[in-house]
Structures are given as structure tokens and as C-alpha cells.
Design a protein around this ligand. Structure first.
Ligand code: CA
Length: 241
């Protein structure tokens, strides 16, 4: 059995986060903490490198320090919005720098957090931003009868908790964050096995097979889109909610 070798990455709706922060102590801590919470983090310590990373992967949210070498945070947000990108941006600011916050808002940032901050607050703000960006204002992420409650970190089918292994939970969490939209194999592997540098491609197939069996009869299924990936979708002919 493919039991997780280390602490499972899977007890949260996994986000792919781009972190632009040049303070190495803070950056290292944030990356480790967010990855332990089940998220995938790409960390860059330079504004130009962060901008390049945005073109290389499909991130859910950008956590941005304003004082960055290469390309400043203010300019990075301006360029992002000038290109028409809707990517949610949370700016990390120095405490009490009201002017800094106001100007970043005008430039297109979505939220702020003053340093120092608690990890739980950062994570809650990021989750809210991602949900808002996806038009998911409801307190729960849902697909058909299947719901994910971020407060308890549980999947519910109707009113019943759904038993899942940590990896199954991680895969379903990644899929429900973007239900109805195909996610690539690579993206899924990077999110679900973020704690495992040595994962074999077949591991995703095994996990996908197990999760599909769990979803049998649920009214929700995982559709394969050749060349694009996998999407979580309600079955039109499935049992009514
Ligand atoms: Ca800085």
C-alpha cells in the first residue's frame, strides 16, 4: 500500500502559491510552514524572477513583499494588472505603513498583511482570496453533493463525512478547488505529492483509480480530458442532491 511516508500534505484545499520575498529567514519559514499545511509553494527572492515564475506555472495566489530587488513589488503588481491578470495578490507590508498599503491597493493588490503575522491568519486570508477570485463566496467548496468544509477540513457527501486516506484527501482537495476545470497531471502531482521529491508518475494513476472508486455512486466523478488532465464534475445523470 502506498501509505504517505511523511506527514501527509493533504488536510487542506491545496493552493499553489507564488511567494516573492527577499528576506531569506521569512521566506524559508513561510515556504516550509505553508508546505506543511499542504500547499505547493514556489519561492522567489527577486521581483524579476517572481515575474518569470508567473509565466511558468498556473498559480492560485501571489504573496508579495513590496521591497524586492530586481523589480519592486509595486511595479510587479502594476505590470500584472496591465497584462489583465486576475491573479489574487496579497501584499506583505511593514506595520503602520498606511501610505504603502493605500498605494498598493490602487495598483491592484487584493489584500494586505502587516509583518509580523501569524501563519494561521495568512492562510485564512489566502483561502478567502482564492475563493473570492473563483466566485466561490459560499463558506464551502462544493461539486454536486460533495462538499469540502475548510473549517473542519472534511469532505462531506450530503451530510455524511467521507472517509479518505491522506493522499486521496489531497487529490480531491486539489480537484475541488478548481472543479469543472481540467488540471494537468503535472500540476496534480506537484500539489498532491509536494512532500515527496521522488514520486513515480504511476503513483498518480494508482491514487486516481482509488479515488474514483471512492466516488462511485456519489454523483460526482473525475473526468479525463486527453492532453489537458482531469476535472472533478457532477454527473448529470447522478442521484439528485
Ligand atoms: Ca524586502
Amino acid at each position: 500500500m502506498a501509505a504517505p511516508r511523511r506527514r501527509g500534505p493533504a488536510d487542506n484545499a491545496a493552493m499553489r502559491i507564488l511567494l516573492a520575498e527577499d528576506d531569506h529567514g521569512l521566506g524559508e519559514w513561510l515556504r516550509r510552514a505553508l508546505e506543511q499545511a499542504g500547499h505547493r509553494v514556489d519561492w522567489r527572492d527577486d521581483g524579476r524572477l517572481a515575474e518569470r515564475a508567473l509565466g511558468e506555472a498556473d498559480h492560485d495566489v501571489l504573496v508579495l513583499d513590496l521591497g524586492l530587488p530586481g523589480l519592486g513589488g509595486h511595479e510587479l503588481v502594476q505590470r500584472l494588472r496591465a497584462r489583465g491578470s486576475p491573479l489574487p495578490v496579497l501584499v506583505l507590508t511593514a506595520r503602520d505603513s498606511l501610505a504603502e498599503r493605500v498605494s498598493a491597493l490602487h495598483e491592484g493588490a487584493d489584500d494586505f498583511l502587516a509583518k509580523p503575522f501569524a501563519l494561521a491568519e495568512l492562510e485564512a486570508r489566502l483561502t478567502a482570496l482564492v475563493r473570492r477570485a473563483r466566485g466561490l463566496e459560499r463558506p464551502r467548496l462544493a461539486c454536486g453533493r460533495l462538499q469540502f468544509d475548510p473549517a473542519t477540513r472534511q469532505f462531506l457527501l450530503g451530510d455524511e463525512p467521507m472517509p479518505l486516506s491522506p493522499r486521496e484527501h489531497g487529490l480531491l482537495a486539489a480537484l475541488i478547488l478548481r472543479s469543472g476545470e481540467p488540471m494537468s497531471r503535472r500540476d496534480l502531482v506537484e500539489r498532491v505529492f509536494a512532500d515527496d521529491d521522488d514520486v513515480q508518475p504511476a503513483a498518480l494513476d494508482v491514487l486516481m483509480h482509488r479515488l474514483r472508486r471512492r466516488l462511485d455512486g456519489s454523483g460526482v466523478h473525475i473526468q479525463t480530458y486527453r492532453g489537458l488532465g482531469y476535472a472533478l464534475e457532477p454527473e448529470p445523470t447522478g442521484p439528485a442532491a
